[in-house]
Design a protein around this ligand. Structure first.
Ligand code: ZN
Ligand code: ZN
Length: 354
């Protein structure tokens, strides 16, 4: 697995006129090498595959990084990798600190040119292979199960925080490594904050409750939002739900290779705007999901990304009526050769949970 990914990275070097690239960000390092520890570096060139870690990870890296020449370095790894640098070496300017960069420059000395090359690995990560798709699909199915648990357990009278803890506990019990981000449970007017953190307030009957959660399985994330009713709703709440659902379905239909992140966003945004809620959809339509819960590509009015087969993205329009309510419906989808495969299976028509 990691051999193929390192080869794909090496293939990008020629067009960037680089002799090698230094992989330092832990998520990128995991993607390229398979290493899951916290201290490591990799150098990938046309023929070179060098991996450096400290004594704590020698055994682990022998198992996880078999395709690289492994070096046992000191705790700070930089002098150990510096010896192997030569020519034009790309580094991750989006993640490497100025201090580390300066130190690397000193250690590398003459004959080495450090070239900003952030985003190379992230670009590869945006297109998932079969193994990655399987992990993400399983993480999404696990989240579906946790939503079933939520329905059986109920919402009214429990606090947002208790519900959130219960959901995270349940996903772990069923095999998840943990939540892919802190679970959001936001009832009533609190749902008008897109990133609400769960409160100690009990959930009322006849209100809307946004639940946004995902779990991590094999290192891969899922992400899914459902908005539940806790009893008969006001006309406004019911109407907003229908608008968001219609926008979500229309945007899903639009997801396919060749569509821009801005174009997909516009499909949902136009419907929401036509219903008079344009100003109340304050975030982008979606984001890529993989080893991280927010990665490339982005679906938003300002996105330059274009969807390709193998992308895994969320489609999550929302309408937030300040002081009253919020509705968000989010599916996780894999872009296929001719459309999209929806990985989130829990129903989207309004579900009432007492
Ligand atoms: Zn989400
Ligand atoms: Zn999301």
């Amino acid at each position: 697995m990691s051999a193929a990914r390192a080869d794909r990275l090496a293939a990008l070097l020629r067009e960037r006129e680089l002799d090698a690239v230094l992989v330092t960000d832990p998520t990128n390092l995991r993607y390229v090498t398979g290493f899951t520890g916290t201290n490591g570096l990799a150098l990938v060139g046309a023929e070179r595959r060098v991996f450096v870690t400290d004594f704590r990870y020698v055994d682990q890296s022998a198992a996880e990084v078999p395709d690289f020449d492994r070096i046992r370095g000191t705790r700070d790894l930089l002098p150990d990798v510096a010896e192997h640098l030569g020519g034009r070496v790309g580094f991750d300017d989006a993640h490497l600190s100025v201090r580390t960069h300066r130190r690397l420059e000193e250690l590398a000395g003459e004959g080495v040119e450090l070239v900003p090359a952030g985003g190379l690995v992230e670009g590869l990560r945006a297109v998932k292979d079969t193994d990655e798709l399987r992990s993400i699909r399983e993480a999404a199915a696990l989240a579906d199960d946790v939503y079933e648990h939520l329905c059986a357990r109920g919402l009214v009278g429990r606090t947002e925080r208790e519900v959130a803890h219960d959901l995270e506990h349940t996903m772990r019990e069923r095999g998840a490594e943990g939540p892919s981000f802190p679970t959001i449970v936001a009832a009533g007017a609190h749902g008008a904050l897109p990133h609400a953190s769960p409160r100690l307030e009990p959930i009322e009957p006849s209100t809307l409750v946004i639940v946004d959660m995902g779990c991590v399985l094999d290192g891969y994330c899922s992400d899914c939002t459902r908005t539940f009713a806790t009893g008969p709703l006001s006309e406004l709440a019911a109407a907003v739900y229908e608008v968001v659902l219609e926008a979500q379905r229309a945007a899903l239909e639009a997801v396919r290779p060749g569509v821009g992140g801005a174009g997909a966003d516009a499909v949902a945004r136009e419907l929401i705007t036509a219903a008079g809620h344009g100003e109340r959809f304050g975030h982008g339509l979606g984001h890529g999901v993989g080893l991280e819960v927010h990665e490339r590509p982005r679906l938003s009015p300002t996105s330059d990304d274009e969807l390709v087969a193998g992308n895994v993205v969320t489609v999550e329009p929302g309408v937030y009526v300040s002081g009253e309510l919020g509705v968000r419906i989010e599916d996780l989808v894999a872009v296929t050769a001719d459309g999209a495969d929806v990985l989130s299976g829990f129903p989207k028509t309004l579900v009432t949970v007492g």
